[in-house]
Design a protein around this ligand. Structure first.
Ligand SMILES: [Zn+2]
Length: 128
């Protein structure tokens, strides 16, 4: 299956690293057919963020904070963790859109995403 992850401009070698991980996890999560745009211009407080205003059309944008995600500072596992985390948000976007817009609902979604991310990374580490 070919990926529809859209490649933007390259930033200091981290973009290619991120795209490889996006392809890997999107395939495993069964969301390779989504139209996922990647933007490295995010400058918020976190490492990355996902937005999907139209989950019914399977369109999403992943914002990567290129300033914080510097390849010389980051291990492979950290990159893996960030990319996987955002793709799980993509996977759950249609469900999340049904949740009320409350702090509790946002925290609950985040708890699920963090838990699933940890479980998948642990499974990969154990080679299963
Ligand atoms: Zn999150």
């Amino acid at each position: 299956m070919s990926s529809t992850i859209r490649r933007g401009r390259t930033i200091d070698g981290i973009s290619e690293k991120v795209y490889v991980l996006l392809d890997k996890w999107a395939l495993r999560l069964g969301i390779s057919h989504w139209d996922i745009r990647v933007n490295f211009g995010f400058s918020g407080p976190g490492y990355a963020q996902m937005s999907s205003e139209e989950p019914e059309y399977e369109i999403a944008t992943i914002w990567i904070n290129a300033r914080l995600c510097r390849k010389e500072l980051w291990t492979e596992v950290q990159f893996d963790s960030i990319v996987l985390h955002e793709l799980i948000h993509v996977k759950l976007a249609a469900l999340a859109a049904l949740l009320p817009d409350t702090v509790e609902a946002i925290k609950l979604e985040e708890t699920f995403v963090v838990g699933i991310t940890e479980a998948l990374l642990k499974a990969e580490e154990e080679g299963s």
